[in-house]
Design a protein around this ligand. Sequence first.
Ligand SMILES: [Zn+2]
Length: 360
Amino acid sequence: MQLSETVKLYLNEEQRSLLVRTMDEYIETVNDLVSSALNGAEIQNYSSKDVEADLPSALKNQCIRDARSLLRRYNRQRKTTDSPPVLKRPCCYINNQNYRIKGDRIEFPVSAAGKPRRLSVRTRMSEKQKEVFVSHKLGTLRIVFKNKRIVAQIVYEVKETEPVKEGKEMGVDLGIKCPAVACTSDGLIRFYGNGRKNKYMRRRYASLRKKLQKEKHMDTVRRINSKEQRIMKDIDHKISRKIVDTAVSKDVKVIKLEQLANIRSSTRTSRKNNHSLHSWSFYRLSKFIEYKARKAGITVAYVDPAYTSQRCPVCGSIHHAKDRTYTCKCGFAAHRDILGAMNICNATEYVGGSDIRHTA
Ligand SMILES: [Zn+2]
């Protein structure tokens, strides 16, 4: 499975202007290749010599690979979209043979007025990241803009543990009031996270943002936005760690989660898709659980979210919970926040798979 780590780059003025120019040239080259291919050019057989661009040949080759993969995706989605792919945000990708990490610096090729040149850029890497980079097989280096700053995302390959064959099942229900509730097939119930605290924090940041926007402190607004994001992400890392730790200690072989609707679609398929912001955070937490589980040899399965909060797990009848306790004519009663996790744990219909590509 491929994961990635993001590191900040500290560029001097010359490096910055060289890199920005390279990134602009890079996406322009990819876009040119895509449009020539759509006009009949056989870019399958292209090599760097066939590409007219002020880029080192390593980057030209990467442009060809990117253009091919954009075209492959476009051809697959042709039924749903008619507009050909165009890269809009400047970036550049460098494959693992063409960059080096040395201490806290990254070296990679750019082009300076027609001449290839190697940049050695200072970065900020945590000790944990340095450890990750020396102990894993590295993949592509992606240089991209994030919040108006240029950052490097370094992809690395993580070996997955052989999936456990024997064990229990665990359903995990994600929510706002209770960020996560887990239920195992032998009846263990666990709650994770603190919904009230998260809500309080979100509200505090929202009012701070409103005040700063009124005073037109846009840079500060951006800074506190990314700070809030960092805190939320950290909370999700901790919750997913605890869930997977529980699963490992209780001999769970499969964790079931609800399949969330496409986060860009606005259709309401469940109570979880009412707010795009919330769907996004459910999506992120699902992905964190998924990659931590896979690393531990636990399979993650996605189930249909329909009625998970309304179906009685004993008799199967469907109705809403009237108050904090869900009660059914058949005599079943449970706290409403637990019901979802129980139904997810019991579910046997799996939907969709997942092609994990996690960016930490
Ligand atoms: Zn019932």
